[in-house]
Write a protein that binds this ligand. Structure first.
Ligand code: HBI
Ligand code: FE
Length: 294
C-alpha cells in the first residue's frame, strides 16, 4: 500500500524539479545569457551613462567607476560581489524577481542585495513591472559602495521585520521608496539623483531633476511616512536630503515613537505641498494634469 502511494505522489519518471531555496536565491546563470540579452544591457547602459554625469550624485558616480559594470554585457554577480565585499561588506545574490517582504528584509539585514537575474525585453526598455538586473545592478549597486548607504539599507532590512510586527510596513516602505528608490540630494552643483528607481530610468532621470512639473521638498521622516506614492508613473513629489550623511542619522532613529504618532493625524497624497514643507521647487503639476485629462 505504502509503495503505491509513494509512486503516485513522488516525481514521475523524467520529471525534474529544483527545490525552492528558503531564501529564494537562485544561481545567476551568467553563462546562459544570450547575445540579445547582453545587447539590451548595452543599450540601457550606454544611454544612461551619457546622461548621469550631470544628473547623478558624486557617490553614485564614484561607486560606478570602481565596479566591474560596463557596456560589454550583463555583469557577473560573483565579480560584483568581490569588489563590493571589499568596500562595504555587501554582496549581490540572484533572485527570480520580487520576493516576499520578510525574505527581502532578511537579505538586506545581512548585507545581501537580492537582484533579479533576468533582463527586460527590447520592446519594454522604459517600462517594467518587476525589478530586473538593470534596475537592481545599475541602479542600486553603485550606492552600496558608499559606507553610509550600505549601513542605511541594512538598517532598513532590520527595521522591516519590526515594522511588519507592528503593522507599520506600508509606512516604512514609503521611507524606502522616497529615499533608496526615488531620493534626490543637494550637492554643490545642484540637485542630484541617488535613488535607484530614478538612476536606472532614462526618462525619469531627466524629469526628476530638470522638469518643472514635480515638487522637490526637503526630506522629513514623519512627513514621508504619511505620504502615498505612485508606482505606475513618474513621482509627483521628490524628497531631497541635504547630504548622504543625513541617511545615517535616519538609520539610528528609533522608529517606535514615530510609528505611535502615525496612529493619529493625516495621510498625504503624492502631489500635496504642506505649509511646513521646505520647498526647493514648487511643481507646476503639469505632467500629471495632462495625463489625467488624457
Ligand atoms: N523583492 N526582489 C525584490 N526587490 C525589491 O525591491 C523588493 C522585493 N520584495 C519586497 C519589496 N521590495 C518591498 O515591497 C519592501 O521594501 C517593502
Ligand atoms: Fe529597487
Amino acid at each position: 500500500m505504502l509503495q503505491e502511494a509513494s509512486s503516485k505522489h513522488g516525481l514521475a519518471a523524467g520529471e525534474q524539479c529544483t527545490p525552492q531555496n528558503p531564501d529564494w536565491t537562485i544561481d545567476q546563470g551568467w553563462a546562459n545569457y544570450t547575445a540579445q540579452e547582453h545587447a539590451v544591457w548595452k543599450t540601457l547602459f550606454e544611454r544612461q551613462t551619457k546622461l548621469l554625469p550631470s544628473l547623478a550624485c558624486d557617490e553614485f558616480l564614484d561607486g560606478m567607476a570602481k565596479l566591474p559594470i560596463g557596456a560589454e554585457g550583463i555583469p557577473d554577480f560573483r565579480r560584483l560581489s568581490d569588489v563590493l565585499r571589499k568596500h562595504t561588506g555587501w554582496e549581490v545574490v540572484a533572485v527570480p524577481g520580487l520576493v516576499p517582504d520578510e525574505v527581502f528584509f532578511d537579505h538586506l539585514a545581512n548585507r545581501r542585495f537580492p537582484s533579479g537575474n533576468f533582463i527586460r525585453k527590447p520592446h519594454e526598455l522604459d517600462y517594467l513591472e518587476e525589478p530586473d538586473v538593470f534596475h537592481d545592478v545599475f541602479g542600486h549597486v553603485p550606492m552600496l559602495m558608499n559606507p553610509v548607504m550600505a549601513d542605511y539599507i541594512q538598517a532598513y532590512g532590520q527595521a522591516g521585520l519590526r515594522a511588519q510586527c507592528l503593522g507599520k510596513l506600508p509606512q516604512l516602505a514609503r521611507v524606502y521608496w522616497y529615499t533608496v528608490e526615488f531620493g534626490l540630494v543637494e550637492q554643490a552643483n545642484g540637485l542630484r539623483i541617488y535613488g535607484a528607481g530614478i538612476a536606472s530610468s532614462f526618462t525619469e532621470s531627466k524629469f526628476s531633476v530638470q522638469d518643472l512639473s514635480p515638487n522637490r521638498l526637503g526630506f522629513n521622516l514623519e512627513r514621508v511616512m504619511r505620504t502615498h506614492y505612485r508606482i505606475d508613473d513618474f513621482q509627483e513629489s521628490y524628497f531631497v536630503v541635504k547630504n548622504i550623511a543625513e541617511l545615517l542619522e535616519l538609520a539610528s532613529i528609533d522608529f517606535g515613537p514615530v510609528y505611535a504618532r502615525l496612529d493619529s493625524g493625516p495621510e498625504y497624497q503624492p502631489g500635496d505641498v504642506l505649509p511646513a514643507d521646505r520647498v526647493l521647487h514648487r511643481g507646476t503639476g503639469k505632467y500629471h494634469l495632462d495625463r489625467r485629462q488624457g
